[in-house]
Design a protein around this ligand. Structure first.
Ligand SMILES: Cc1cc2nc3c(=O)[nH]c(=O)nc-3n(C[C@H](O)[C@H](O)[C@H](O)COP(=O)(O)OP(=O)(O)OC[C@H]3O[C@@H](n4cnc5c(N)ncnc54)[C@H](O)[C@@H]3O)c2cc1C
Length: 387
C-alpha cells in the first residue's frame, strides 16, 4: 500500500496494542487513521506472548481493564469473525511464603469486591487441579477459575482486519524515523518512505517505546526485558486441561499448548532495546530445574524448542497511558510488561474514548505518564509477575 501523506492520527506500531487502538478509533468515527509498522502486523513482542489472561491484578483500574477484556474475548468470534482460541483454563498461583500469601489476601479482597471469582485453596486442592504438582512445601494456592488464555496472533489479526474494514490504513515495512514538531505541537512523522502530516501521533511501539518517544524529545521509562519460554514434545503424562500455573517461589510457570507443555523460568533480564532477541540456552537448565522441583514428572519430558521475547516493563509494572507531558498531540500507550496482550481490548477502547471525548471514560491516573517525575509511581502494589 502506498503511504498516505496526511492522516488524522498516526499510530506507531502494529502490535496488538496499536491494532486495538486503530480499531477503536475508527469505531469512534475517526477517519484516516494510519498505523505504521516497521515489520509486519503482530510480528513484534505480541508474537512472543504466552496468551495468558487474568483478572488477578493488584489495582482497581487493572482489574476493570481485565474484566472488560475478558468480556471482549468471550464474544470475540462474533465481533471480529476470528476464533481467538479463548479458553477459561484458570490461573493457579502456588504460594510457599506466608508473607506472600498475605499480599495475595489483600489483593483478593479487592478483586472479589469487583466481582472476580478468586480464592485461596489448600495445597491438596491445588493438587486436585494439577495432579502432577509437588505441594508439600506450599502454604496455599490462589485459584482464579475464570482466568484463561487466547491466541495473540488471532486477536491482533481480528483487530487489524476490522480496523481496515472501518477505514483505517495499516502499512507494513515502514519505519518511523522522526517525529516532526512545530514548537510544542506534533505536526507529522518522517518515515523510511517519506513524511506524513498529522496532528496526532500515538506511540504504541511496545519494547521500542522509549526510543520512539525520544524522537519527540520525550523520556518514558519503558525498559525491554527478556523472558524465555520453552516447550516440550507432546507429553500425555500431564493430561489437560490444566490452569496456567505459577510457582511464586521460583517464578517458573507452565501451561499446556495442545499436548505439549509450555514453560518459562520467569527470567527478567536487561537485553538490548530492539527485536533481535537472542536465545540464551543456558536458561533452559534453570527452567528445567525449577520445573522438575515443582512438577517432578517433567524430568522425563523431551524439550522440543523455545523462544525469547522482550517484555516492555516500567519501574512500577503498570502501563503508561496518556498524553506525553510537554508535547501536544503525542499520546503514549506503552509499558504493558507481561500483560499488554490481555489488556489490549480495554486499552484500545479507553485510548479512543480519551482522544475523541477529550477525557478518559474512567479514572486512568494509575497509568499517568507524569507519575514517575512526581514520585507517585511507588504508591501502588505491583502484584505478581505472572506472565
Ligand atoms: C515471553 C513473553 C510472554 C508474555 N506473555 C504474556 C501473556 O501471557 N499475556 C499477556 O497479556 N502478555 C504477555 N506478554 C506481554 C505482551 O507480549 C506485550 O505486553 C504486548 O504484546 C505488547 O504489545 P504492543 O503492541 O505494545 O507491542 P509489540 O507487539 O511489540 O508492537 C509494537 C510494534 O511497533 C513496531 N515498531 C517499533 N518501532 C517502530 C518504528 N519506529 N516505526 C514503525 N513501527 C515500529 C514493532 O515492529 C512492533 O510490531 C508476554 C511477553 C513475553 C516477551
Amino acid at each position: 500500500m502506498t503511504l498516505p501523506r496526511t492522516a488524522s492520527a498516526v499510530i506507531i506500531g502494529g502490535g496488538v496494542v496499536g491494532c486495538s487502538i486503530a480499531y477503536h478509533l475508527a469505531g469512534r468515527g475517526v477517519r484516516d487513521v494510519l498505523v505504521l509498522e516497521r515489520e509486519t502486523v503482530g510480528s513484534g513482542t505480541t508474537s512472543k506472548a504466552a496468551g495468558g489472561i487474568r483478572a488477578q491484578f493488584p489495582t482497581e483500574t487493572e482489574i476493570r481493564f481485565s474484566l472488560e477484556a475478558i468480556a471482549v474475548f468471550e464474544r470475540f468470534e462474533d465481533e471480529f469473525g476470528v476464533d481467538p482460541g479463548y479458553k477459561k483454563i484458570g490461573y493457579l498461583f502456588l504460594v510457599s511464603d506466608p508473607a506472600d500469601l498475605r499480599g495475595f489476601e489483600t489483593r483478593i479482597a479487592l478483586q472479589r469486591r469487583l466481582g472476580v471469582d478468586v480464592r485461596v485453596i489448600a495445597p491438596d486442592d491445588a493438587k486436585k487441579l494439577v495432579p502432577a504438582l509437588r505441594v508439600d512445601d506450599l502454604v496455599a494456592a490462589v485459584w482464579g477459575p475464570n482466568d484463561g488464555l487466547a491466541g495473540p496472533a488471532e486477536v491482533t489479526n481480528g483487530f487489524a482486519r476490522r480496523a481496515r474494514e472501518r477505514g483505517a490504513r495499516l502499512v507494513e515495512a515502514v519505519r518511523v524515523t522522526t517525529i516532526e514538531r512545530a514548537g510544542d505541537r506534533v505536526t507529522g512523522v518522517g518515515t523510511t518512505d517519506g513524511t506524513v502530516s498529522t496532528p496526532l501521533v500515538i506511540n504504541a511501539a511496545g519494547p521500542v517505546a522509549a526510543t520512539v518517544a525520544r524522537l519527540a524529545g520525550v523520556e518514558v521509562p519503558v525498559q525491554p526485558r527478556r523472558r524465555h519460554i520453552f516447550y516440550t514434545e507432546p507429553f500425555p503424562e500431564i493430561p489437560g486441561p490444566i490452569p496456567l500455573t505459577t510457582d511464586r517461589a521460583s517464578g517458573f510457570y507452565f501451561r499446556k499448548e495442545l499436548e505439549q507443555i509450555l514453560f518459562s523460568p520467569g527470567d527478567v533480564e536487561d537485553i538490548g532495546t530492539d527485536f533481535e532477541v537472542p536465545m540464551d540456552w543456558s536458561r533452559l537448565d534453570e527452567a528445567v530445574d525449577k520445573a522438575v522441583h515443582r512438577v517432578p514428572v517433567l524430568e522425563t519430558a523431551k524439550i522440543a524448542g523455545g523462544w525469547a521475547g522482550l517484555r516492555p516493563l516500567t519501574p512500577d509494572d503498570h502501563a503508561i497511558i496518556g498524553w506525553a507531558p510537554g508535547v501536544e498531540g503525542f499520546f503514549l500507550a506503552v509499558g504493558f510488561g507481561g500483560h499488554g496482550f490481555q489488556h489490549s481490548p480495554a486499552t484500545g477502547r479507553h485510548v479512543a474514548d480519551w482522544i475523541v471525548d477529550g477525557k478518559p471514560s474512567m479514572d486512568l491516573s494509575l497509568f499517568d505518564p507524569a507519575r514517575f517525575a512526581t514520585g507517585r509511581a511507588d504508591a501502588h502494589d505491583k502484584g505478581p509477575d505472572a506472565e
